[in-house]
Design a protein around this ligand. Structure first.
Ligand SMILES: Nc1nc2c(ncn2[C@@H]2O[C@H](COP(=O)(O)OP(=O)(O)OP(=O)(O)O)[C@@H](O)[C@H]2O)c(=O)[nH]1
Ligand SMILES: [Mg+2]
Length: 328
């Protein structure tokens, strides 16, 4: 497609339709599209990096989308341009839920200074991570200065998202001590800010209690980064209480990390680990796709499963086969 230079220029101009088209290109598995996507990213990479990248995670139904709608709104009022991406490695959701998200973010969707991109096609975990990472770059090149990434589904997506954002906001529903135990400790440890949502109506007392419990639980954890203790706040995404303060937390967090040099170092580390994921994924894919390996893979796997061959020897033999036929 010779339209690539035009697409690049349109993205630089902040054209949201061009941005949406470019993200679709990133998601495509067609080889010519993949090549174009790579060119696109290379061309726009110099213009990326200017946003604050915020991951929003938390259990299903905690109110992440509702929070993003309110928080995004508050950001727009502060003159920010907001991009929202959703990550769904499990691909368990279909169009209906995505439409639901769009209505949950109805006001944000209508604002010309916001861009909302629900996750779409399924893919490997790594594929999703790469596409999201690159989609963040594209949003930045289009001039968005805050990129919010909502994780969908539990578990690994949180960790994957933490590796591509500057700051992780955890949104949880008000819950008593027992439920609190059930929330994976690792996810809390990954968070830079904890929001107990739904602090309104009859849930308010529960939210206040959860806030106190989380505060004391978090005070026992070692800070994830020096000079920053993850604040805990009871908020209501629905009513908008406590939401503007979250922007202040974001600014304080950024200022603290920039002052310590960790802001830049963290991104550098993320880029390094992205490089290694790309190498990992590319090599594994080439390995599996290599005809000589593919022909033997099933048999060798069976031998290992039946205990006739050790995993170590089998892997070595397959890799030798792969390297032997590798053209370069
Ligand atoms: N009372 C109250 N309800 C809320 C609040 N925020 C969200 N909800 C409700 O909680 C439900 C789930 O909200 P979502 O924003 O879709 O939650 P989510 O975390 O994005 O959900 P998934 O994306 O499906 O994991 C909806 O019915 C919301 O109206 C709040 O602050 N107070
Ligand atoms: Mg949601």
């Amino acid at each position: 497609m010779s339209a690539l230079p035009a697409l690049i220029a349109a993205i630089r101009n902040g054209d949201r339709r061009a941005l949406a088209r470019a993200i679709t290109l990133l998601e495509s598995t067609r080889p010519d599209h993949r090549a174009e996507a790579e060119t696109l990213i290379e061309a726009l990479q110099p213009f990326a990096g200017g946003s604050v990248r915020i991951g929003v995670s938390g259990p299903p139904g905690a109110g992440k989308s509702t929070f993003i709608e309110a928080f995004g709104q508050a950001g727009l009022e502060r003159g920010r341009r907001i991009a929202v991406l959703a990550v769904d490695p499990g691909s368990k959701r279909q169009g209906g839920a995505i439409l639901g998200d769009k209505t949950r973010m109805a006001r944000l969707t209508r604002s010309p200074a916001a861009f909302i991109r629900p996750s779409s096609a399924a893919g490997s975990e790594g594929g999703v991570a790469r596409r999201t990472r690159e989609a963040i770059f594209l949003c930045e090149a289009a001039g968005f200065d805050a990129v919010l990434v909502e994780t969908v589904g539990a578990g690994q997506s949180e960790t994957a998202v933490a590796e591509m954002v500057d700051m992780v906001i955890l949104v949880i529903p008000p819950a008593g001590g027992d439920e609190l135990q059930g929330l994976k400790r690792g996810i809390v440890e990954l968070s830079d800010l904890v929001l107990i949502n739904k602090a309104d109506g009859e849930l308010l007392p529960l939210a206040r209690r959860a806030e106190a419990e989380y505060k004391s639980a978090l005070s026992l954890l070692r800070p994830r980064s020096a000079g920053w203790h993850a604040p805990v706040r009871a908020v209501s995404a629905l009513e908008g209480t406590g939401i503007a303060e979250v922007w202040e937390d974001v600014e304080r967090f950024r200022a603290a990390r920039q002052a310590s040099g960790l802001w830049v170092r963290h991104r550098a580390e993320q880029a390094r680990s992205a490089l290694w994921s790309e190498i990992d994924e590319t090599l594994i894919r080439q390995f599996r796709d290599a005809p000589r390996v593919a022909r033997r893979l099933g048999d060798v796997e069976a031998e290992v499963v039946q205990g006739k061959k050790s995993p170590r020897a089998a892997a070595r033999a397959l890799i030798a086969l792969f390297l032997g036929e590798s053209p370069d």
